[in-house]
Design a protein. Structure first.
Length: 616
């Protein structure tokens, strides 16, 4: 239990230490974060398979909110991927950030992200998972806008924060609905209730669709995909770790973690499939026309995550989990190589790159291995994971099988074009004399090795422990078709990449502008709503203030009226009545003859008046 708790806490403590004493350390506190991640990875390796930790946060009205961690086969698998990639990217960051005064802040934010991500994947409580989910979003916001003086950095960070928060509202409502249905936030209790049929089908469908909204936002699926390409303004290690390998894969992990909930709802599975298919196709097409190297990789990430969603929607969680791990390795390698290219060439524009294979042989070799893995070339890891997805898809019919083959073809086209435009042909710009530091080469090299050989580990005992049914065998015809599609795509992309021109004409570029405008709409509406709510709240505050001020002034006037009118008028009335009473009392002297005389006078006067009135 102590080891399990230490896995997410070590990077968080290292982040705090880096922020406090990083300026006095040789690597700016990065050595603390990298060392803590290495310890977390070692702790995972020594962790028993049944390790679990759970406690009740609070209990009220029949509802029990728990917090807990559990090392199930799935959570252990994804935590190992997160920690392994984070270690390599952290090592790369030591060289990437060398000499910068803001290194302590960078490594503190990086450690915050890694700790929150490990807590997310190990969580056995929906409440803790959501808290870690939001902390990951905060770390992403901070790291995207890390170079806040760069043009567009602050806007990209705000856009990512808003668009992912839209999906997070769905996740919040989803787990609150689960709490209402089972009375606890324990994941195992929820899964058991769904599998046991103790929750109404309509409730299960609503719960799955709401949680899918969170996955769509975090994994940059349509219609919330527009934030990811703009996030490439952040430092390269951020792109490699958060926006290719771990944070954006959190949406896929959420579906894997709660897969029994989704499997119990055919509507949710169909929605998964169609969202993934639309995103994978649109993002893959856009990547074939993108002119910025890192944005090509960003759209590629959207497409690859959509491919995982397709596998999940078709009932292939094991294939999706395999591809999640393989994608983390080869895509982070591609981003780290792109960071070296940008550092040496001073640009990411494909039209200004070219001929860098001789100047950057190590980065070029790493990029080549990762690109071939992405294109599904055997025996690299991407081939095995994409073959597993193809096997699942082909069992559902030729249409879904052809869809995956088309996605493999598009992947080969855009990565072949990007690689050829960057490393082949004649040099179209200058290359700086500064060589990548050993830490950068080491981190990138380790990930390239993982991109090459991780698939064989996944196909063996490493992946057999996952709690999902084994993927079906791929038919020979489909395997040959998928392999041919990947190789053909590489050839077509490389042929068009010499000039950096779009591989499939101008249509994907127009699709990109239209899609980005459409996917920005939710963020614009959210910002408008936020501003409208703020203005409405200000108007209500002003109205309430005016009412309060008027009431205060009326109270003052009432006090003055009471003091000057009622108070003094009452005193005067009382004095007048007292004076009149004194005068009336003078009339009551007790002298009977005077009373008789007065009565006689009044009587005589009355008779005289009557006589005058009767006079003719």
């Amino acid at each position: 239990m102590t080891v399990l708790l230490a896995i997410p806490l070590l990077p968080l403590l290292a982040a705090t230490a880096a922020l406090g004493i990083g300026r006095r350390l040789p690597w700016g506190g990065g050595e603390l974060v990298v060392g803590a991640v290495a310890l977390s990875l070692a702790s995972l390796a020594s962790l028993p398979s049944d390790a679990a930790l759970s406690a009740t946060w609070f209990e009220s009205g029949g509802y029990r909110l728990t917090v807990g961690l559990a090392a199930t086969p799935l959570t252990w698998f994804v935590a190992a991927v997160v920690a392994g990639v984070a270690f390599c990217v952290g090592l790369y960051s030591l060289g990437y950030m060398a000499g910068r005064d803001d290194r302590p802040r960078f490594f503190a934010e990086l450690g915050l992200f890694v700790g929150a991500m490990l807590a997310l994947v190990l969580s056995n409580s929906l409440a803790l998972l959501f808290a870690a989910w939001e902390l990951v979003g905060l770390a992403s916001f901070l790291l995207i806008g890390f170079d806040h003086a760069e043009p567009g950095a602050a806007e990209a960070a705000a856009k990512a924060f808003l668009m992912t928060r839209i999906g997070d509202v769905g996740l919040l409502l989803g787990w609150l609905l689960a709490l209402a249905a089972v009375g606890t936030t324990d994941v195992d209790v929820l899964v058991g209730a769904v599998e046991g049929g103790r929750i109404a089908p309509g409730t299960v469908t609503a719960m799955a669709l709401l949680m899918l909204a969170g996955a769509v936002g975090k994994s940059a699926q349509l219609p919330l995909s527009g934030w990811l390409p703009d996030a490439m303004v952040g430092p390269t290690p951020v792109s490699a770790l958060l926006h290719s390998a771990t944070m954006v894969a959190a949406g896929v992990f959420l579906v894997l973690r709660l897969y029994p909930v989704f499997a119990a709802s055919p509507v949710a599975l169909d929605t998964l499939f169609w969202v993934g298919a639309a995103t994978a196709l649109a993002a893959g097409l856009i990547a074939t026309a993108e002119a910025d190297l890192k944005r090509v990789l960003a759209w590629s990430t959207c497409s690859q995550l959509g491919e995982m969603m397709v596998a999940l929607g078709l009932g292939g969680p094991r294939a999706a989990a395999f591809h999640l791990a393989a994608h983390a390795a080869f895509k982070s390698t591609l981003f780290l190589a792109a960071g070296i290219v940008q550092e040496r060439a001073g640009t990411r524009a494909l039209g200004r790159l070219g001929g860098l294979a001789r100047a950057l042989p190590f980065a070029g070799a790493a990029f080549l291995v990762a690109a071939l893995s992405l294109a599904g070339v055997p025996p690299l890891s991407g081939f095995l994971s994409e073959e597993a997805i193809l096997a699942v898809a082909s069992r559902h019919g030729p249409g879904t099988g052809s869809l995956v083959v088309l996605l493999v073809l598009l992947g080969g086209i855009y990565i072949g074009r990007a690689g050829a435009a960057t490393f082949l042909g004649g040099r179209r710009g200058t290359v700086g004399p500064r060589k990548p530091r050993w830490a950068m080469r080491t981190g990138m090299g380790l990930l390239a090795l993982a991109a090459a050989g991780l698939g064989w580990l996944l196909a063996g005992r490493f992946g057999a422990a996952l709690p999902f049914a084994a993927a079906p065998e791929t038919e020979a015809g489909w395997r040959s078709l998928g392999l041919a599609a990947g190789i053909l795509g590489l050839g077509l992309g490389a042929a068009r990449g010499w000039s950096g021109a779009p591989a499939l004409g101008a249509l994907p570029a127009r699709l990109a502008s239209g899609l980005e405008a459409a996917t920005e709409a939710p963020a614009r509406h959210a910002m408008w709503l936020a501003r409208t709510v703020s203005a409405t709240e200000g108007a209500l505050d002003a109205g309430a203030g005016a009412v309060a001020g008027g009431s205060w002034r009326a109270a003052g006037w009432a006090g003055r009226i009471e003091a000057g009118g009622f108070g003094r008028g009452g005193d005067r009335l009382a004095a007048g009545l007292a004076a009149g009473g004194e005068r009336l009392r003078a009339l009551q002297a007790g002298r009977l003859y005077l009373y008789t005389l007065g009565l006689f006078a009044w009587t005589a006067a009355a008779l005289a008046a009557g006589a005058l009135m009767l006079w003719p």
